[in-house]
Write a protein that binds this ligand. Structure first.
Ligand code: GTP
Ligand code: SPV
Ligand code: MN
Length: 594
């Protein structure tokens, strides 16, 4: 039975039903009763497996097809009216042409299947920053994930009201999971997303990257706010004050880890605490006091499993102990629990690897194979997280003191630096680069420009996006967050990471907060303000000396001159969409480098 009287929703769901021709339509109300029966149905059909219910209560396992394990950037489209509106960094197709291509694929695709109608809110119900979406899908796995990742069910319709047309329409069908006909398509002017032939998270949980970044970034430009690929964390100081930081790192470059970090002993004993508001996406809007406020539109974590362990990310691991869905990790058959690379040093002997083959895990690994896919993930409720912020559900969001950009750079970028001002900070974000990871299909480890970590997620022309950032700076004026850049991934000559990272990144956050409070001086370099090496607290770090810090902060002029060339080439793609202020910033950087 329909859960709303809203005629706009009803009309659209009717259209989608007529198109996909499901045997049955089920409206998802969000009740435990309905969810529990869907879980049983998915377990009975083998779509998900039930894990050890004593050790992992409420936890499920899911395996996707080997050809469907990550986002597919080459099959992701922004179908704005004109190619120029999508810009040089997005795949574009004329909206009508794309529809003509996809309509035959959707025609009757749900015959014999059930169509689930999922109402959901991105952001706390009742928040003026929150927005409603409706996703129709033929996958129970999607329903169960959306339950964790969003505020799902009839309460979202109550928030929408009986007449509003302000909701994002998401159509998903796994169809035949055919990679040749896989499309992830956005129509920003129509608040519409069409996804077909995939069952992997980022391609099918349409509230996440598709809505909360690609569609929302476009809405934000038009409505005076921002949707960013950023974690949100609070640093509580010994005096009880909490300062909020948002950080944008590309996929699989450390957002979840930083968002949940546990401070080193020295900081803990002084009384520092870190609280998680979000680990992937931030929606930001100026508040009544003129400062920028952030909400996390999500309600759970879709986190990278490999590398997560008690030491690297205790809080993420704790979050996955109940009511979590694991996708493409390995199963330890001895006790029907999960395992992934980096969980511990003991791969299970009796294992099922991520593709489903039973193997001797120790031998399998000795032969150089991965038991879990490098982009295997957990979907965990935010409320499971031991360090979840008390502000997580605050409809007003949290005031942001600093923005931090960062990526994986073996050499060029130093451990940390601060931009000279907002405009220079926008330049720093716009010229970010990082090595690619397993989060998207394609080569791993290739350095590419990834402005603001939004290259795969900006729903309109990136030149206009930078202009929007510059305008936001003008609106916020003196109250704008300070902008920084970090790099946890500098390597030595043997390719080992020099900086210990993880919890020790607190030492860098400390400097960042101190700069925001004008509590510490900095050194002016050609690329920005850097810490005096002695201002980075390395107390308790065995392998890091003052000289290592100096080395991590060094700026290699020759490399940076190459960097300038790379940025100029990248900027060249944008033609007259490139804001003049960014061009000026590049010229000034070149001059400063001499
Ligand atoms: P998405 O969910 O794809 O957006 O990724 P993310 O940015 O949240 O990345 P995540 O925190 O899951 O980290 C991805 C990988 O980076 C994991 O394998 C981590 O172990 C590794 N990593 C995270 N933080 C650090 C760090 O400070 N130093 C080093 N060397 N590795 C890190
Ligand atoms: C990312 O790739 O940045 C993710 C995972 O956070 S996905 O939901 O697949 O986009
Ligand atoms: Mn992400």
């Amino acid at each position: 039975m329909a859960l709303t009287k809203n005629p706009n929703v009803l009309k659209w769901v009717e259209e989608m039903t007529a198109l996909t021709k499901p045997e049955k339509v089920v409206w998802i109300d969000g009740s435990e009763e309905q969810l529990s029966s869907l879980r049983s149905e998915a377990i009975a059909s083998g779509e998900v497996l039930e894990l050890n219910q004593e050790k992992l209560p409420g936890c499920l396992y899911h395996r996707t097809l080997p050809n469907d394990v990550a986002r597919v950037e080459d099959r992701t489209f922004i179908c704005s009216k004109t190619k120029e509106d999508a810009g040089p960094t997005n795949n574009w197709s004329d909206p009508q042409e794309m529809k003509n291509k996809l309509l035959p694929l959707y025609d009757g695709v749900m015959k014999g299947r059930t169509m689930y109608v999922i109402p959901y809110s991105m952001g706390p119900i009742g928040s003026s920053l929150a927005k409603v979406g409706v996703e129709v899908t033929d996958s129970i796995y999607v329903v169960l994930n959306m339950e964790i990742m969003t505020r799902m069910g009839v309460k979202a319709f109550e928030n929408l009201g009986d007449t509003s047309n302000d909701f994002v329409r998401g159509l998903h069908s796994k169809a035949q999971v055919d990679p040749e006909n896989r499309y992830i398509v956005h129509f920003p002017e129509e608040n519409t997303i069409w996804s077909i032939n995939s069952a992997y998270g980022g391609n099918v949980l349409l509230g996440k990257k598709c809505f909360a970044l690609r569609i929302a970034s476009f809405q934000g430009k038009n409505e005076g706010w921002m949707a960013e690929h950023m974690l949100i964390l609070g640093i509580e100081k010994p005096n009880g004050e909490t300062k909020y930081v948002c950080a944008a790192f590309p996929s699989a470059c450390g957002k979840t880890n930083l968002a949940m970090l546990i401070p080193p002993e020295g900081y803990k004993s002084k009384g520092y605490k870190v609280w998680t508001v979000g680990d992937d996406i931030a929606w930001l809007k100026p508040g009544a006091d003129g400062r920028l406020y952030a909400i996390n539109p999500e309600n759970g974590f879709f986190g990278v499993a490999p590398g997560t362990n008690v030491k690297s990310n205790f809080n993420a691991l704790e979050s996955t102990k109940k009511n979590t869905i694991f996708t493409n990790v390995a199963i330890n058959n001895a006790d029907n629990t999960v395992w992934w690379e980096g969980l511990d040093k003991n791969p299970p002997e009796d294992a099922t690897e991520w593709k489903g083959a039973k193997v001797n895990g120790k031998e399998f690994k000795a032969e150089g194979n991965n038991l879990a896919h490098p982009n295997s993930r957990f979907t965990a409720p935010a409320k499971n997280c031991p360090c979840i912020s008390s502000e997580f559900d605050n409809p007003a969001g949290v005031p942001v003191s600093a923005f931090v950009f960062g990526g994986r750079r073996a050499k060029t970028a130093p451990l940390v630096y601060q931009s000279f001002d907002w405009t220079h900070g926008v330049f720093v974000g716009s010229s970010m680069a990082s090595e690619t990871t397993a989060a998207a299909a394609g080569a791993v480890g290739v350095v590419r420009r990834d402005p603001m970590a939004m290259l795969p997620f900006c729903g309109y022309n990136m030149g206009d996006y930078w202009a929007h950032w510059l305008e936001m700076g003008e609106t916020l004026g003196e109250k704008a967050p300070k902008i920084f850049n970090v790099n946890w991934f500098r390597t030595d000559d043997e390719g080992h990471f020099i900086w210990p990272g993880f919890g020790d990144n607190m030492r860098i956050l400390d400097w960042i907060i101190s700069r925001c409070e004008n509590e510490v001086e900095a050194v002016e370099t050609p690329i920005g303000y850097e810490p005096k090496p002695e201002d980075i607290d390395i107390d308790g770090l065995d392998d890091i000396s003052l000289d290592t810090v100096k080395d991590l902060l060094s700026v290699d002029t020759a490399l940076w001159k190459e960097e300038v060339k790379g940025i100029r080439e990248f900027y060249g793609k944008f033609g007259d969409k490139l804001p003049a202020k960014l061009e000026e910033q590049l010229t000034s950087l070149e001059k400063r480098l001499g």
